[in-house]
Design a protein around this ligand. Structure first.
Ligand code: ADP
Ligand code: ZN
Length: 218
């Protein structure tokens, strides 16, 4: 199954992707994670991206497209993958379609997580992750079971993204509505879009996504 999780920052894409990875045993392809990995591994793309990231700019569509294309060629993607955070622009969506066609692949589904702006701000301002394994948490909605200890790997250090605060959320949401939300129409026109209510409990939303995937995708 090849699928895209679409939605504004804080909609729960990362959270839901991780649950889907466990259920369908296909990998989550997060371009943010891949870029950070390329930088750490000092690959040619990583070295190029590092300068851009360090300057606080956005990595070019071209660079992200190459990273995704190379990632999809890895054997663990043969049975499918979950794209989280990509494509972000219409240009990237076109590039994705072309690269998949070249590989004789096609998307099965695009799941849009629908969450209202007020809830997005609440989720983003409470978000933090395990510094070791990346498991996502929230101050109110998803605390570690044992205080200051990662449920998944037992580590005690956590990190917060500097851009995860109520002040910057407005700018990030505007960028989403301007650049990424046109993808909703784009995928609707291709018959791939499935809207899922992203308000409510994490487990309930996971069940709703699975229902959609199992009944109407691929
Ligand atoms: P995205 O990847 O779309 O930016 P995340 O998956 O990181 O969003 O979720 C943002 C924050 O909201 C995280 O702290 C996460 O734990 C929390 N969260 C995710 N889904 C829900 C939900 N259904 N209800 C409450 N909080 C949620
Ligand atoms: Zn951890």
């Amino acid at each position: 199954m090849r699928l895209i999780l679409l939605g504004p920052p804080g909609a729960g894409k990362g959270t839901q992707a991780k649950l889907l990875v466990e259920h369908y045993t296909i990998p989550q392809l997060s371009t943010g994670d891949m870029l950070r990995g390329a930088v750490a591994a000092e690959t040619p793309i990583g070295l190029k991206a590092k300068a851009v990231i360090d300057a606080g700019k956005l990595v070019s569509d071209e660079t992200v497209n190459v990273i995704v294309s190379e990632r999809i060629d890895k054997p663990d993607c043969a049975r499918g993958f979950i794209l989280d955070g990509y494509p972000r622009t219409l240009q990237q969506a076109d590039a994705l379609e072309a690269m998949l066609a070249e590989k004789d692949m096609a998307l099965d589904c695009v799941v849009e997580l629908v969450v209202n702006d007020e809830q997005l701000v609440e989720r983003i301002s409470g978000r933090f992750t395990c510094a070791n394994c990346g498991e996502g948490y929230h101050d109110v909605f998803k605390k570690p079971k044992v205080a200051d200890t990662c449920d998944r790997c037992g580590h005690h250090e956590f990190k917060r993204r500097p851009d995860d605060n109520a002040d910057t959320m407005r700018t990030r949401l505007q960028a989403y509505y301007k650049e990424t939300s046109p993808l909703i129409g784009y995928y609707h026109a291709k018959g791939l879009l499935r809207r899922v209510d992203g308000m409510g409990e994490i487990g309930t939303i996971h069940a709703a996504i699975r229902e959609v995937l199992d009944s109407t995708c691929g």
